[in-house]
Design a protein around this ligand. Sequence first.
Ligand code: ATP
Ligand code: MG
Length: 574
Amino acid sequence: MRMSMMLMPTLREIPAEAEVISHQLMVRAGIIRKVASGMYSYLPLGRRVIEKVEKIIREEMNAKGGQEVLMPIVQPSEIWKETGRWDVYGDEMFKLKDRHGREFCLGPTHEELITDLVRQEVKSYRQLPLLLYQIQNKYRDEIRPRFGVMRSREFIMKDLYSFDCDEAGLDASYEKMYDAYNRIFQRCGLVYRAVEADSGAIGGSGSHEFMVTADNGEAEIAYCPACQYAANTEKAEGNPSDEGQPAAKNAAMEKVHTPGMRTIEDVSNYLKVNAKDIIKMVVYEAVYSEKAEIVAVLIRGDQEINEIKLKNYLDCLHLVMASDDVIVAAAKTSGGFVGPVGLTGVRLIADKTAAAMGEGITGANEADYHFRHVVPGRDFIIGETADLRTVKAGDACPHCGKALEITRGIEVGHIFKLGTKYSESLKAVFLDENGKEKKMIMGCYGIGVTRTIAAAIEQNHDENGIIWPVPIAPYPVIIVPISSKDEVQMKKAQELYDRLNSMGIETILDDRNERPGVKFKDADLIGIPLRITVGKKAADDDLYELKVRSNGEDHLLGLEDLLLTIKKVLEPIG
Ligand code: ATP
Ligand code: MG
């Protein structure tokens, strides 16, 4: 492609609204332009990168027996009502009506539609397993669209759905996708981690997220440097490194005056104890489809409650902190001094750290008073115990006991064992070899194509711009003639350009009438992996300067050596 003909509006200034580097560089390199909040146009360079990533994904999906389909973006409400998700999905779903008043949504995901298709077309075990996928726009009216295409309202996703006869089949499909995802992110040239993920209320161990490690990542990953354990902190388990829980003293419970001391910090300062000597209680309102419930959670005072674990444990739709009024009404006490002793009208759940305490300090359910020497199990009944705490760096790994570390990542892919969640509500059944009707066992597997691109930039850039990993670069090679007025240089550059094109190497020829400095700056900013400079040495001695964007290496090479070197660098990975 001749640069003079390209739409590649590069910018020198950092766009004001772009908080993270990938967003800034995508705008500056002329890859995206904003249309509305969370909605972007992809300019020619951006479109090319999408195509590269999609090609890798397609090849790996097809290699595992995946078959590509294409379903509508606009989806009728009826099918969503059948699974109950029309209401549950909430404000994230874009809804619309046609001229007859029929309701539709813009697909945020396609479990409903694909299951509807398969339940109509598949009747026998002979037609299973099936792996069906598509690559297509998804729509989610995110509460906080941000970081450019990283969290946008319209984005491209590859979504594959597996249909199997039994759990063993699902395990095999899942294993295939796990392997394919590893290959995809490796082939894209990314540093990533597969981590155990929160699988929501559906339960089971069957969910992994693929995280591109990046300081700006929204997700937190706990991982063990000693063994293979890695999990999203939304679900990660660990044991507090500090075992200093107070031993049971068998002292009688005693009421102490703590005027105005509402927080853990207040109480620990006032009573001169450590936060871990306090039994913290947090009261929530758990909302279910039919009812709401007041839930009090106990945890050791120096620990934090993980609300995602709690929500999954309760299997509720959402959780809100109970207001003082609600607490007072339910427990007949005043907020801020609540505690488990004598508590009624509230479901009480102890995190393992609270249940393990020998004794502790708790609110006395009376304004300005606490109890001390409260012994769990003696002074109040622990009905339920669960793991509800947020892991911390330094916790003991649940597998090997070594200290966990915490890092940040960008979730680019998510694979998930669904089981019969959708085949049950949508009655997707088949006849097994004995003629018995069975529900299909499903899995779903998503990759955010556009988020992957942002993540790639987040991980591969320097102060001059993007450094595309070779496999997803919009063009792997750019030729920069030093002087567009020098006829010999331009002729050499043109010949080289023709040669590379004939070898099937996608190349940009910067034929603009610009100063070399401008051309070099743009080449760096748009991140082309290999730059060939055609200057005086090329005109006189047929020598070309090859510069590698990723490490800044320079080579001065004759034409044939140059072509050989380029071919070698561009050899596909994996
Ligand atoms: P998140 O927790 O980041 O909102 P999610 O769990 O909602 O993600 P999935 O429903 O599993 O995401 O979607 C599969 C993939 O689609 C994600 O791994 C991510 O790469 C991508 N994705 C999800 N939401 C967005 C978005 N708003 N913008 C861009 N990509 C997205
Ligand atoms: Mg989401």
